[in-house]
Design a protein around this ligand. Sequence first.
Ligand code: ZN
Length: 155
Amino acid sequence: MDSETGLEFPGLVRTARLFGRALLLRCPNCGGGPVLKSWFAMRVRCGKCGIRLERGEHDYFTGSMLFNYIVAGLLLLVALAVTLIASWPNVPWNILQYGGPLAIVVAVVGLFPFSKLIWLAFDLMLRPVTPAELDWHRAEATEWSTERSAAPPEP
Ligand SMILES: [Zn+2]
């Protein structure tokens, strides 16, 4: 990580704003966009504020995949519990046997961009982007560089 800000205790309004923007598939930082190239690919930068969506870190979204699988699994468990309770004692076991795995694949795919933007919102909640970091994101040509260019030599 190369953020110059320390961890910060997030306020409720700012947290709701960050996550609300992510759930609308907008940039959590500015609320603008575009941020998606396609359902499966993020743009390098937000089209409005210029923040690099992986904040310069090559494996930035690894945690978002874990989040994606956990949420998909929880959704499947809720659907399973509701189906069992609603249909007991005539549980449609065949539908659950084949529909469960299919539903989890659909959930993982459906949650894909949301999980990445929620991950970014979570990071921005704890490590807000500073104006200096945003300038660096806008100026940096590469997608994954956490190295800042050296300061100009003293005259
Ligand atoms: Zn933005």
